[in-house]
Design a protein around this ligand. Structure first.
Ligand SMILES: O=C(O)CCC(=O)C(=O)O
Ligand SMILES: [Fe+2]
Length: 334
């Protein structure tokens, strides 16, 4: 972690500079703000550090909808094991990967799609049963490292949500908010494009769920859109995790947060691996904006909705991948 600091308004951001940049001493490119979550175990509510971190989280979510979390709970060994496991997983025969038929839409195998030919992904709802499905004779290293990775990122997710609700004075909804969601870990592989192919790995989109934590290998390629033109390349430092608000969080806060557009562009000849912990509303539970976020100046933007019903609606051809699908589904003026 570099010790370079800079101010934006009231809060100070610590830059999470990549080693490559340091060594090459190149000029600083546009970067996402970074928030320091090192020493998370000692980050206690009510302390000055907690309060300043909480203010940073809300401000970056309001301004960008996204930031890089510097999080050092995933050891080098665990990270190496996770990325090595991903290579092993994607090297499995297609028939094996296709067996990952999920409990829910969009959680299964996605790939072999001519619109995004470089991209392949698998959703992991339950690590044990997923491992058994992929390796019927067992793969304890995969199972243990993925499970431990999910547990650590879950801690980061919950800390950040606690901070956002706290900053909005909505602490009383915390238990309800945590109960509302479950997690899926989506693991992704992007092969390098052939000479005649486009380098676009994943088209620009905003996530529909509550919040996403992304982690990429050193190949990089994740870009976040800021404003109409500007695209910011996400850092590839090993301890940097890109945290993004999804459209459901924007709805829950009555438009109080941004859900940024982002995409993946491939460079070079290496395969890119990435992981995303997707915090997603449980099917059958109702996502409802707290009344405190609504007043005359801020009328209700979205009606309460069941995410499961939305996913079914979204999976229909005419609604996918419609940018304003949620607006169409439960927007107040629609
Ligand atoms: O691979 C990545 O880093 C981004 C993936 C992504 O944006 C998504 O799955 O929604
Ligand atoms: Fe995404």
């Amino acid at each position: 972690m570099s010790d370079t600091e800079y101010d934006i308004g009231l809060v100070t951001f610590v830059k999470c500079t990549s080693q490559k940049e340091n060594q090459m001493g190149s000029q600083t490119p546009l970067e996402l703000p970074t928030i320091d979550f090192s020493n998370i175990k000692n980050l206690n509510q009510g302390t000055t550090v907690w309060d300043s971190t909480k203010a940073q989280v809300l401000k970056t979510f309001q301004d960008y909808g996204c930031f890089e979390a510097y999080f050092d709970e995933i050891s080098d060994d665990l990270r190496n094991s996770v990325f090595a496991s991903l290579k092993q997983l994607f090297d499995l025969p297609l028939e094996t990967k296709l067996q990952n038929i999920p409990g829910k839409f969009f959680n299964g195998y996605i790939g072999q799609n001519k619109d995004v030919p470089l991209y392949e992904s698998l959703g992991i709802e339950d690590t044990r049963s997923f491992t058994h499905l992929m390796w019927p004779h067992g793969n304890p290293e995969f199972c243990n490292s993925i499970q431990s990775y999910i547990e650590k990122l879950t801690q980061l997710d919950q800390t950040m949500r606690m901070m956002i609700l706290g900053s909005l004075n909505l602490d009383k909804y915390l238990d309800e908010h945590m109960e509302l969601t479950s997690y899926v870990l989506r693991v992704m592989s992007y092969r390098a494009p052939e000479k005649h192919e486009s380098s676009l790995g994943l088209k620009a989109h905003a996530d529909k769920n509550m919040m996403t934590i992304l982690h990429q290998n050193e190949v990089g390629g994740l870009e976040v859109q800021n404003g109409d033109e500007e695209r910011i390349k996400a850092n590839v430092s090993p301890n940097c995790f890109v945290v993004m608000a999804g459209e459901t969080f924007n709805i829950w806060t009555n438009g109080g947060l941004r859900a940024p557009l982002h995409r993946v562009v491939m460079h070079g000849e290496e395969t890119r691996f990435s992981l995303g912990l997707f915090t997603t509303p449980k099917w059958g539970k109702i996502v409802k904006t707290p009344q405190e976020m609504v007043d005359e100046a801020h009328p209700l933007l979205f009606k309460p909705f069941d995410y499961g019903k939305f996913v079914k609606f979204y999976s229909k051809k005419e609604n996918f991948p419609h940018e304003s699908a949620l607006k169409k589904f439960c927007g107040v003026s629609s």
